[in-house]
Structure formats: structure tokens, C-alpha cells
Design a protein around this ligand. Structure first.
Ligand code: F6P
Length: 484
């Protein structure tokens, strides 16, 4: 296995993401500690950054904190401060009230507010300035996700020596949806400041290339976008291509073989009253995840007597997310009302049909839950990748368990042996749940073996290798162009 540092020809790497890999938590008594940040970005990037030993620039998770750079678990972390106003305008506003719903097929209505946009611009500029100050000469700067789409162009203007790579963890919208954005040209130009723009799926990359042709006069040749010379910027190419992200499959597999994790998995089943089938959902509490659709399907199966309480239980982990954004608050109320209704109507003193946990859990507890679950249900209405699906598969070295997976996730492009569902089709989803519940072990093994081969074959190390190899080759082309 080649070293990642060799792949980048010894160049230094700087990772830039909205959040640092750890969030600062201040207790009521004023004591502060750090805990792993929420979301798939951190799960995926942490092992890569650990191996590269690189710098990570991001927000610490709190408002109005001006913290100095610090070291944590072998990483050098540089916090970017956000004020209460930045959180409202940039994070809750433009990132999660405009871009998030727009990029997820307008499942919720995006707000197009000029103050939010101004705040997004301001914060992106601050990130670019911090990176311009911190990045070593000729480094590769790896910018992540929709919160920071203006950083590539801003950074290129400040530090032309840097090679800039960008990876979008969420979908890039199809042209008619992207066209709604009043600042579509600025976003495209921001991204085109990078040398490489990576996406989860082929269709995301194709939508971006189409937007770049339309709004930035770029010319697409295959995966390359040719930009013509402008002012003192010579003509250059940007690689816009899919690089489907993954997880550290071996680390999850190793976790799941630990005796205490296995014991905990048995304990979980006992605590649930030893039902024949445990179904599991694991999501941030987000309207893109299709939690309401999943509950509806499960509730109808209970209503119709296809599933009986005591024989089957659904454990829904819904980790708290973006709690100050109105759409998330409404979703929480709706989900909790629905869970209450299902449990009220179908529960008994001994059995609860839906065990709802509005909490985040440690990786060990998650691995135990994956082992305890006969069926993992991923019913997202739209999802860039969905790493939970891959984590479940990586943990199941016993080759048992069934993955029910929405066809609207990036993971569905790779995990073809899952039971693929359209979460809008409640009848179809009910049929898939029943098929999963009753699937013979032989078929489970056949499917799980195929799924595991895919996840092991493209783990996060492989993803990072591909992405960094492409970035490094763009860096070499730049260096060659500079000397010619
Ligand atoms: O890619 C989706 C994303 O925004 C990531 O950047 C992050 O990993 C996750 O969702 C968590 O979201 P937030 O940082 O808003 O809590």
C-alpha cells in the first residue's frame, strides 16, 4: 500500500472543513472538553488526516470563541471563530437553510435571503484568509463541502502557489434546481478556483460540469473543464469528477470483533426483550433521511398485523442536528409525535415497537447496535453517500443481516446487493421490510458477502489515494505550466 505522503510527492496537505474533527463542549459548570464532531465527513476524514499528520482548519462548534491553534490526537487543529451572527446567517441560514435543501432536491423549501448570502461570503473569506496564513508554500489544500464553496477561488487569489482540491460530500443539484439559486454564478466560480472538484456520484459531477459551462463559460472535455485566460490568470483546466467516499472498513470490522462489543450486542437484544427481528435506523435527525416515511411503513405493517410487537422492534437512533433551524425543529416534533402514537397504539407493558433515541453514541455502541440488528433501514429521500450503510456492512463479518437501502443514496450506486427501495413508495418499502424480516440465512449471506467485497474494495484509504493522486497530478501540471 503506497504511503499517502508519497502519493502527494511529499507536498504538505491542509484540510479545511466547516467543523474541526472535535467539537468544544462547555458544561454548565464552565468546564470545557472536546468530543468527536457529528456527521459522515469527520468519520471518513479522521483516519486519512491521522495518517497524513496534516493541519485541519475549521470551526470549533461554539459561538464567539477565539481559540488558539492546538494539537489533538496527532493532528494540528486551527479554529476559525464564528460569531452568533455568523451562525445565524452563514451556518443556519445560507448553508443549512438555502444550500442544504436546494442540493437535496428541494425536499424542504430553500430560503433565498440576501443577508444569509452576505454572511456566507464573509465567513468563506475568513476561512480563506486563515488558510492563506497557515498553509505552507506549494501545499495541497483540501477544502470540504457545501459550506465552503467560495473558498477555492478566494484562496487562489490570495495564494497562487497552492494547489486547491475540493470535495462535495452532498449531492450537486440537477440544472433546473441549481438554476433557482440567485448566486449560482458566484458558487460555480468559487468552486472553479480549485484544480480538482470531487463529487460522490457521476451524476453530481455531470450536473456541475453542465453548470460550469452554462454559468462560467467553461468548456467540458470529458471530466476536464477548460477555463479561458482572464486578466492575469492564464487559461487552465479543472478536473471535475466523481470519487465515491467510504469508511475505514477494517477499523469498523475490528471494532465489531471486540468481545465487549459482541457482549453489548447480545445485551441490547435482551434489553429489547429478545424479539425475533431487530430493525435499526441510524441517522442525524434530518428531513433528508426519510425517517417519517420509514415510520409510516413500519406503522402500517403493525396496523395490518404483518408485523407483531414482541416479534419485531425498530430501534431508531436520531442524533440531534441543527436544532435551531425551523425545519429541523418541525421534523423533531413530527417524528416524536409519530413514535408516541405508534408506541401508544401498538405497545404493551412488556414491548415497545419503536425505541427512539434522540442521542449520539460512541463508535463502540454503534458497532454493537449494528451487530444486534437483523435489518438496517436506510430510507433517505436524497443522500450524498450514506456511510451508515457501509458501516453496517463492514461490521457484519458473520455475513448475516440485511441492508434495506434507498435508491436515492450515493451508496446505492455501489451496494447493488442491498434491497433497494424508493422511500416515496410506502407499499414497496413495506414489501422490502417484510422480505428483509423473512429472508433466509443463505440469501442474507450471499448478499452480505457481495456487499462486504464492495466496501472492503473501496475503503476510505482507497478513496483518499484516488483523490490525492488526482490532486497531485494537477499540482504537477501546474508546476510544469509555471516553468514553461
Ligand atoms: O456532508 C454533510 C454535513 O454537513 C457534513 O459537513 C457534516 O459531516 C454533517 O453534515 C454534520 O452537519 P453539521 O456540521 O451541520 O452538524
Amino acid at each position: 500500500m503506497p504511503e499517502l505522503t508519497d502519493i502527494v510527492g511529499g507536498r504538505e496537505i491542509v484540510v479545511v472543513a466547516n467543523r474541526l474533527p472535535v467539537d468544544r463542549v462547555v458544561e454548565t459548570d464552565g468546564t470545557a472538553s472536546w468530543r468527536t464532531s457529528p456527521g459522515g465527513l469527520v468519520t471518513a476524514m479522521e483516519p486519512v488526516v491521522r495518517e497524513l499528520g496534516c493541519l485541519w482548519v475549521g470551526w470549533s462548534g461554539g459561538a464567539d470563541e477565539d481559540l488558539p491553534p492546538f494539537e489533538a490526537e496527532g493532528m494540528r487543529l486551527v479554529p476559525v471563530p464564528l460569531s452568533g451572527d455568523d451562525l445565524e446567517g452563514y451556518y443556519e441560514g445560507f448553508a443549512n437553510g438555502t444550500l442544504w435543501p436546494l442540493y437535496h432536491d428541494v425536499i424542504a423549501q430553500p430560503g433565498f435571503h440576501r443577508e444569509w448570502w452576505e454572511s456566507y461570503e464573509r465567513v468563506n473569506r475568513r476561512f480563506a484568509e486563515v488558510v492563506a496564513h497557515e498553509a505552507p508554500r506549494d501545499a495541497i489544500v483540501w477544502v470540504h463541502d457545501y459550506q465552503l464553496q467560495l473558498v477555492p477561488a478566494l484562496l487562489r487569489a490570495l495564494r497562487p502557489d497552492l494547489t486547491i482540491a475540493f470535495f462535495l460530500h452532498i449531492p450537486f443539484p440537477a440544472r433546473p434546481l441549481f438554476a433557482q439559486l440567485p448566486w449560482r454564478r458566484e458558487i460555480v466560480e468559487g468552486l472553479l478556483g480549485a484544480d480538482v472538484v470531487g463529487f460522490q456520484r457521476e451524476q453530481d459531477a455531470a450536473s456541475f460540469r453542465a453548470a460550469a459551462e452554462r454559468y462560467a463559460d467553461a468548456l467540458a472535455h470529458g471530466n476536464l473543464l477548460r477555463l479561458s485566460a482572464e486578466d492575469d490568470d492564464p487559461s487552465r483546466s479543472v478536473l471535475a469528477q466523481e470519487f465515491p467516499i467510504s469508511i475505514d472498513a477494517d477499523a469498523f470490522a475490528a471494532l465489531a470483533t471486540r468481545p465487549e462489543v459482541r457482549r453489548r450486542a447480545e445485551e441490547i437484544r435482551e434489553e429489547l426483550g429478545n424479539p425475533r427481528t431487530v430493525l435499526l435506523g441510524v441517522d442525524r435527525l434530518d428531513y433528508t433521511k426519510g425517517i417519517r416515511h420509514r415510520l409510516k411503513a413500519f406503522a402500517e405493517l403493525l396496523d395490518e398485523g404483518e408485523v407483531t410487537v414482541g416479534e419485531a422492534a425498530l430501534v431508531q437512533v436520531a442524533s440531534p442536528s441543527r436544532e435551531r433551524v425551523a425545519a429541523y425543529r418541525r421534523l423533531r416534533e413530527e417524528v416524536e409525535r409519530t413514535v408516541g402514537r405508534i408506541n401508544g397504539e401498538h405497545g404493551s407493558i412488556a414491548h415497545t415497537p419503536v425505541v427512539y433515541l434522540h442521542q449520539g453514541f460512541s463508535r463502540e455502541e454503534m458497532a454493537a447496535l449494528y451487530l444486534a440488528a437483523d435489518v438496517l433501514v436506510v430510507t433517505a429521500l436524497r443522500d450524498g453517500m450514506n456511510l451508515v450503510a457501509k458501516e453496517y456492512v463492514a461490521c457484519r463479518s458473520d455475513e448475516l443481516g440485511v441492508l434495506v437501502l434507498s435508491e436515492f443514496t450515493g451508496a446505492a450506486d455501489e451496494l447493488r446487493r442491498a434491497l433497494l427501495v424508493n422511500p416515496h413508495d410506502i407499499e414497496g418499502m413495506k414489501a422490502a421490510f417484510l422480505r428483509a424480516i423473512h429472508m433466509p440465512e443463505k440469501e442474507q449471506q450471499r448478499r452480505m458477502r457481495g456487499l462486504r467485497a464492495v466496501v472492503q474494495g473501496n475503503d476510505v484509504r482507497h478513496w483518499a489515494e484516488n483523490f490525492l493522486r488526482a490532486s497531485s497530478s494537477m499540482a504537477e501540471q501546474r508546476a510544469a505550466a509555471d516553468t514553461s
